[in-house]
Design a protein around this ligand. Structure first.
Ligand SMILES: [Mg+2]
Length: 308
């Protein structure tokens, strides 16, 4: 979600007239999405990631309480604030809605000034929460996922790969002689090497690949839907690109003092059915990385797979 775009509001209500009334109050300041079905609403919330949802309680098939529970139970939609709309103004339905995770409650007929004021409040809070989450998941120096966020993501990806019986490859990347770079050229050059690596990796990897900085000069990459030969190609491409990156960086940034040449060693493995958790994959990639270092650095090594 772009922080500068008009915030998106999703209205879920089985009565088109109710949608129209709310949409009129909001369409100047917000992009309004709408649907008359609870199931469709849940799907739209997942794909569109709106900033706020107005949800009708009284709907056929799936009522608002059920829709709200489903939204809150799914991690993709759990953080989207929900305002419940209802014809009743009794405390009991209000309490029930709030207990299910709704942030607010508006009874019909809606008062335009109140709808706008509450919308503004909840959209602002949502955007602040998003910004904080992004910050807490990101490594400040490289802009990549930090260790905690990467490992969380990796664990989910492993589960997803298993469920769909898809391939998943893992790379562990470590800058060669990083301590020497820091000691000889200073920490600013060491930081620049890390940033250059991040910049090259972002360019060389595919959109679906996930990279994180998991240690000082250590990075890990998830390559979904990728078997060992494909992962080997990606790893080699990355290694070669990084080897030539300081020259490339210097050409693009003539004002910044040149970075010494640096290389990386890469350990590669694929996820196996027998892997209990992501730590098992990571340990294998790490062993392959150690092998790459031992064989002389600036190379990719593939992990030995356990016999099953
Ligand atoms: Mg209704």
């Amino acid at each position: 979600m772009n922080q500068n775009e008009k915030p998106q509001i999703l209205i879920i209500d089985d009565a088109p007239m109710n949608i129209l009334i709310l949409a009129r109050m909001l369409s100047d300041e917000y992009e309004v999405l709408q649907t008359t079905g609870g199931k469709e609403g849940i799907a739209m919330a997942g794909t569109k990631q709106p900033d706020l949802i107005f949800l009708d309680i009284e709907m056929p098939e799936m009522d608002g309480y059920e829709v709200c529970s489903a939204l809150k139970a799914n991690r993709i939609t759990a953080d989207i604030p929900v305002i419940i709309m209802t014809a009743h103004s009794d405390q009991e339905s209000e309490v029930q809605a709030l207990e299910l995770g709704a942030v607010d409650f508006i009874s019909r007929p809606p008062v335009p000034a109140i709808v706008r004021a509450r919308t503004r409040t909840h959209v602002t809070l949502k955007r602040q929460a998003d910004a904080l989450r992004l910050l807490s998941n990101t490594d400040a120096l490289t802009g990549m996922s930090n260790r905690r966020h990467f490992l969380e993501h990796a664990e989910l990806e492993l589960v997803r790969m298993r469920r769909n019986e898809r391939a998943l490859a893992i790379l562990m990347i470590d800058i060669d002689r990083f301590k020497m770079i820091n000691d000889t050229y200073g920490h600013a050059k060491g930081d620049l090497a890390l940033q250059t690596l991040a910049w090259v990796a972002q360019r060389e990897l595919r959109q679906i690949d996930i990279i994180g900085r998991i240690g000082g000069e250590e990075f890990a990459v998830l390559l979904p839907e990728t078997q060992q030969p494909g992962a080997m190609l990606v790893a080699e491409r990355l290694r070669i690109a990084i080897e030539g990156s300081s020259v490339e960086f210097a050409a693009l940034n003539p004002d910044i003092p040149k970075l010494p040449d640096f290389t990386v060693s890469i350990g590669l493995t694929i996820a196996l059915k027998a892997d209990q958790n992501f730590s098992a994959c990571l340990a294998r990639a790490d062993a392959a990385l150690y092998q790459a270092k031992k064989e002389g650095r600036n190379r990719v090594c593939i992990a030995d797979l356990p016999q099953v």
